[in-house]
Design a protein around this ligand. Structure first.
Ligand code: XBP
Ligand code: MG
Length: 245
């Protein structure tokens, strides 16, 4: 097997988007809709078990505001709130409030230099991904990615493997020729259920999760890896990891 592509998750992996990004944007949207909901840091940690913003709002209603489930045109209402949430999240990205995590830029450049494809597999909205990439790595960064699988492009979001299947299909590659980089248990399940070896870089909300199926668990991409002569995640490490059974 040859390492042909590295597939990146976005939220929590490319950038720490959740606590000071998505959470803030949800609260701003609730405010605009004159809803008195406040997703504080702890509550948001609970809500994160459900991936996808619209799905997360619905989960919140089911568990904390069940009377509102009877609302007319519930799906449409949730979609409207989510659209406004995306507007606020894009504002935060454009203001440069959400930087890339350590090692992301370096690794992306190394992969490109070595002609290893890069792709995205995320549950978040496409505009969030394109804006994050453009504002952190420049206008042409989008063109560096051979496939961008995002949001509602598949019906079942992570932990279902659908988004990884979709990306593999776009790349015309098999799982064994790819490595995924994720930050959460839901993401790990999604990638490994698609048969892809996965590196975890933990984030604030995911540190305590079960990563026993991961090929490697690190604080971030600049962490030294004892099993790989204390190097950080780089192209030789990824190739070796991909070759291991
Ligand atoms: C990320 C998510 C996303 C964001 C919100 O999960 O769950 O839903 O929180 O994005 P993963 P949207 O990193 O496993 O892909 O509001 O655009 O859906
Ligand atoms: Mg993630």
């Amino acid at each position: 097997m040859t390492l042909s592509a590295v597939l990146f998750d976005v939220d929590g992996t490319l950038a720490d988007t959740e606590r000071d990004g998505h959470r803030i944007a949800f609260n701003q949207a609730f405010n605009e809709f004159q809803l008195d909901w406040q997703w504080d840091v702890d509550l948001y940690g609970i809500l994160l078990q459900v991936t996808g913003g619209k799905e997360r709002i619905r989960f919140y209603l089911e568990n904390y505001e069940p009377a509102l489930l009877a609302k007319n045109n519930l799906d449409e209402w949730i979609a409207q709130i989510h659209k406004i949430k995306t507007k606020y999240f894009l504002n935060l990205l454009k203001k440069g409030k959400i930087p890339l995590r350590p090692g992301i830029k370096r690794l992306i450049h190394e992969l490109r230099k070595n002609n290893i494809k890069i792709a995205i597999a995320t549950t978040t909205t496409y505009e969030n991904v394109s804006t994050l990439l453009q504002y952190t790595m420049g206008n042409d960064a989008l063109t560096w990615f051979s496939a961008i699988g995002a949001g509602d492009i598949v019906p079942r979001k992570k932990p279902a493997p659908d988004i990884y299947h979709w990306v593999l299909n776009q790349l015309d590659l098999s799982a064994k020729d790819c490595v995924a980089i994720e930050d959460s248990e839901n993401g790990l399940k999604s990638a490994t259920d698609a048969g892809i070896k996965t590196i975890i870089t933990t984030s604030e909300y995911t540190r305590q999760q079960d990563f026993s199926n991961a090929a490697l668990v690190l604080e971030d991409l600049e962490s030294e890896i004892p099993a790989f002569h204390n190097t950080t995640v780089n192209v030789p490490t990824l190739i070796k990891l991909n070759q291991e059974l």
